[in-house]
Write a protein that binds this ligand. Structure first.
Ligand code: TTP
Length: 199
């Protein structure tokens, strides 16, 4: 088996982000950043998603610098959230919260924002992907059955486009990988600007 040297550090616990980066042939190590994801008072969703992506990247960047006191590999951080009628769609706290979000999303369009931040010795570079997702009508029994599968528990907006949740998605305008948690077009551009190429 060939062992590849890591090209960067992924500051994320999300298996989806690992999967997407592996899909485009990148080699990386994971160091998770446990950050407080609570919105600040009056903070817009766009400002929140950018702040959290930067915070995740910078948190890991700073720990690496403290521990090693040497320049380190670039650090990639990311955050995903949804917006419906100006309200945030985050990870559900419980079945009631998921039910409340999915009822509102039923038959409607919502937006998914994913921000990607790359920390390097040159500072932090940021890219944001914005997608519009249209859901078909979803019934209450479907919402409960979906909750029982476990899939929505750790997903922004309480669904996964890459999973069973795909059956709710009538159409999508934007980035499929962005909705899934890491927009590959924007991520590849950020990495390329830091000298990390996929092709
Ligand atoms: C909308 C949607 C979200 N998601 C996921 C992507 C993210 O993992 C998650 C949103 O939570 P995030 O806080 O962005 O990420 P995370 O907590 O999973 O990982 P970390 O903070 O360590 O980076 O929702 C899907 O997997 N599919 C989808 O269709």
């Amino acid at each position: 088996m060939q062992v590849h040297a890591p090209q960067f550090i992924l500051a994320s616990a999300s298996p989806r982000r690992r999967e997407l980066l592996t899909q485009i042939g990148l080699h990386f190590v994971v160091q998770t950043a446990d950050v407080d994801e609570t919105p600040l008072l009056g903070e817009t969703p766009a400002a929140l998603v950018e702040r959290l992506a930067i915070l995740k990247a910078e948190t890991v960047w700073n720990t690496r610098r403290d521990v090693l006191n040497t320049p380190v590999l670039p650090v990639l951080g990311s955050d995903t959230l949804g917006i419906l009628n100006g309200e945030l769609l985050v990870k559900p706290r419980d079945v009631e919260h998921a039910r409340q979000m999915l009822r509102q999303m039923s038959g409607q369009q919502h937006e998914i924002l994913t921000a990607v931040a790359l920390a390097t010795t040159a500072g932090v570079q940021l890219a944001v992907s914005r997608s519009v997702v249209k859901f078909r009508t979803i019934t209450d029994p479907e919402i409960l059955a979906y909750w029982e599968t476990g899939e929505p528990h750790d997903k922004a907006g309480a669904y996964a486009i890459q999973g069973l949740g795909a059956v709710f998605v009538e159409n999508l305008q934007g980035s499929y990988s962005g909705v899934m948690g890491l927009p590959l077009f924007e991520t590849a551009q950020l990495l390329a600007a830091a000298g990390i190429h996929t092709l």
